[in-house]
Ligand binder design. Structure first.
Ligand code: NAD
Ligand code: MG
Length: 381
């Protein structure tokens, strides 16, 4: 894309993933407002090449070096930092999955960029460190996650003192009605069959265990400065209401749309403004009926409670929760452990390592490594 006055420069990290490709569709429609200046991916050379042809970005990074990649492409994880800190980048859309996205978020914030954050693991591992980086560089984090986008859309224009509590909605995932016996036999294929969202494999498994909702509770705590007793979760299988905010007068405001990530991606780029777009299909309340709600079953889905406890404990516990989960999900996807081993792995790591030193990026990454090692040894995966 050629640079033109008045447009904002965007770097998309993780452009080949589910959120990354969604973001490119949004940016293609919004060329008058945004120019795509940097793209990065882990290893999907074919899709990255196609995206480079379509958008002609000034910078391309592919983390895993491949002999036959274009010479002008940068490689290694430094490529993520280079993309995130360029002078012609105003907004970094971090759509990387997992802990690998942390350093790019920190670097972008220290340079005063807006980070449109899909990579929720970053905030879970190092929420306080991310907030310090915002303060140091005058950067800002704007959520892409649909629940947090919903909350932001509901509270924008209101002081924090007017918010009583927030209620995150959860679809309940593919195993909502499954018994404990059925869950013990759940296959990878079963776990990847999400009823309402098409997403990357890791977050789809997180949605099946409800670890995703635990990550989101911790994410909400850091994004909106809310104590854990003012963050609730309710199961809403249709994924039409993306979250609720209850204000101090008792009024409850919700944000809704048919399930699409194009809207939260666009809003993260334009907040607090809204711009004209055609990404969201028409809203038909009759066709979307009924909208139902039910409590979370913590017995069958213990990962949510484990994550909230880790969030409340603070320190290194959220980083241990996240790393144990990432490691266990990878092992489950590789066919090495059972679905019900995922919360067992998280629980075991938290029992053993939950109070390691925290406070700095280095300490938190040490906790992350220790948790992965613990899970690999304990579950031989
Ligand atoms: P995905 O697996 O589809 O895509 C991940 C992207 O990250 C890919 O482009 C991949 O190349 C890149 N990547 C993976 N490992 C990397 C590494 N080590 N270094 C650099 N790049 C790497 O995942 P996704 O579903 O798009 O999710 C991305 C993030 O957004 C996750 O944190 C997820 O929780 C969050 N999120 C996703 C959705 C959704 O609808 N998919 C919704 C809300 C939040
Ligand atoms: Mg979400």
């Amino acid at each position: 894309m050629t640079k033109s006055a008045g447009t904002k420069g965007v770097a998309v990290l993780g452009s080949t993933g589910s959120i990354g490709t969604t973001a490119l569709r949004v940016l293609e429609r919004q060329r008058d407002r945004f120019r795509l200046v940097a793209l990065t991916a882990n290893s999907n050379r074919a899709l990255l090449s196609e995206q480079v042809k379509r958008f002609a970005p000034a910078f391309v990074g592919m983390v895993e070096q491949q002999g036959d990649a274009d010479d002008s492409w940068k490689s290694g994880s430094e490529a993520l930092i280079s993309a995130a800190t360029r002078d012609d980048v105003d907004i970094v859309l971090n759509a990387i999955v997992g802990a690998a996205g942390l350093d790019a978020t920190l670097a972008a914030l220290k340079k005063g960029k807006r980070v449109a954050l899909a990579n929720k693991e970053t905030l879970v591992i190092a929420g306080d460190v991310v907030k310090q980086a915002c303060a140091t560089g005058c950067g800002e984090v704007v959520p892409v996650d649909s629940e947090h986008s919903a909350i932001l859309q509901c509270i924008t224009g209101h002081p924090a003192s007017e918010v009583r509590r927030v209620v995150l909605t959860a679809s309940g995932g593919p195993f909502r009605g499954w018994s404990e016996e059925q869950l013990a036999k759940a296959t990878v294929e079963d776990a990847l069959r999400h009823p309402t969202w098409q997403m990357g494999r890791k977050i789809t498994v997180d949605s099946a265990t409800l670890a995703n909702k635990a990550l989101e509770v911790i994410e909400a705590h850091f994004l909106f400065d809310l104590p854990y007793d003012r963050i609730d979760v309710v199961v809403h299988p249709q994924s039409v209401i993306h979250s609720f905010v209850e204000f101090i007068d008792g009024s409850v405001v919700a944000q809704m749309s048919v399930p699409t990530m194009e809207l939260p991606v666009l809003y993260a780029l334009t907040h607090p403004e809204r711009v004209s777009d055609v990404g969201v299909p028409p809203f038909d309340p009759v066709r979307l009926s009924p909208m139902t709600f039910e409590p979370v079953d913590h017995q069958r889905f213990p990962a949510l409670r484990l994550g909230i406890e880790a969030g409340r404990a603070g320190g290194s516990a959220p980083a241990v929760f996240n790393a144990a989960n990432e490691c266990a999900v990878a092992a489950f996807l590789a066919g090495k452990i059972r679905f019900t081993d995922i919360p067992r792995a998280i629980s075991s790591a938290l029992d053993t390592l939950g109070d390691m030193p925290a406070g700095t990026r280095e300490n938190l990454l040490a906790a992350d490594s220790a948790a992965r090692k613990h899970v690999k040894e304990k579950f031989q995966c």
